[in-house]
Write a protein of this length. Structure first.
Ligand SMILES: [Zn+2]
Length: 279
């Protein structure tokens, strides 16, 4: 008995280091309550790509059914983790969720991001993936991340807004800004990002169209204009060129857990030459 016991103990000690028995994932990983806001906490592949779940999105005639790996959709989303792993999760196989109010086209972008970390296949050339999505789609994806508790999605959407402005040198446009203000709270990181970009690049990126300037159009609600003045008149007022936009501190617009920062910023000292102070 003593010998058997020793062999068993030896196997237990060796197992985590054997090729056939790789180290087990941290016990808290599959049941994490707070979804990650950075990619440094990767889940094991066998957990991410385990069972399939169905998500029925929209209503007829545009209703679509998506099949997604459960580990993938639950890892990054507090909502989907609770819905599919929580105490009230259905026992059906496959598990099925219905999201009637969502747009299947937007959900398709979300599904694409889950598998590829992009919203659409990257375009060839120096402009990269950001040109494949519109400002309004990015705002809607950020809002989706807000409602389904997917900080990784929100952070990528913010990053691509910055890239689009910096690379394409175009403003977000009044419709995207109006949408953002309609669906976000006052202290939203998305509002801050859009207002900072408008205030710091302003006329350089053609923010105001002819229609925006007419009295008949209220392209920007009063709330937007007041926030814009706080940027233009504030102590941090400055003018950014394209390089300055790309080299901004991206992380200040991210949604992170308290005390967490990612490696997107802050701005390097060598880039300060591209930023001119107002006045
Ligand atoms: Zn960050």
């Amino acid at each position: 008995m003593a010998e058997e016991s020793n062999e068993s103990n030896e196997n237990q000690l060796k197992r985590p280091y054997d090729d056939d028995h790789p180290p087990a994932p941290p016990p808290t990983a599959p049941t994490r309550q707070t979804p990650p806001s950075t990619f440094d906490k990767a889940m094991p592949v066998d957990v991410l790509f385990d069972k399939m779940v169905r998500v029925v999105v929209g209503v007829e005639p545009n209703k679509r059914t998506f099949e997604i790996h459960k580990g993938l959709i639950t890892f990054s989303s507090g909502y989907f983790n609770t819905a599919l792993n929580g105490r009230y999760a259905t026992e059906a196989s496959p598990q099925t969720l219905t999201l009637k109010i969502e747009d299947p086209k937007l959900f398709e972008l979300y599904q694409s991001w889950l598998y590829t970390r992009y919203f659409r296949a990257p375009a060839p050339g120096p402009k990269g993936p950001c040109v494949q999505v519109t400002f309004e789609e990015l705002v809607r994806l950020w809002d989706f991340g807000q409602r389904y508790h997917v900080p990784l999605l929100q952070n990528l959407a913010s990053d691509l807004v910055i890239q689009k402005v910096g690379i394409e040198w175009m403003g977000p446009g009044s419709s995207a800004v109006r949408y953002a203000y309609a669906v976000t709270p006052v202290d939203s990181k998305l509002r801050k990002l859009l207002i900072d970009l408008l205030g710091m690049t302003g006329g350089a990126v053609g923010t105001l169209t002819a229609a925006d300037k007419t009295e008949q159009t209220s392209a920007y609600p009063r709330e937007v204009l007041v926030d814009l003045l706080s940027v233009v008149w504030g102590p941090q007022a400055r003018r950014l060129d394209q390089n300055g936009v790309i080299l901004m501190d991206w992380c200040q617009y991210h949604v992170h857990e308290a005390g967490v920062r990612c490696n997107k910023g802050p701005m390097k000292a060598s880039t300060k030459a591209s930023v001119k102070k107002e006045g």
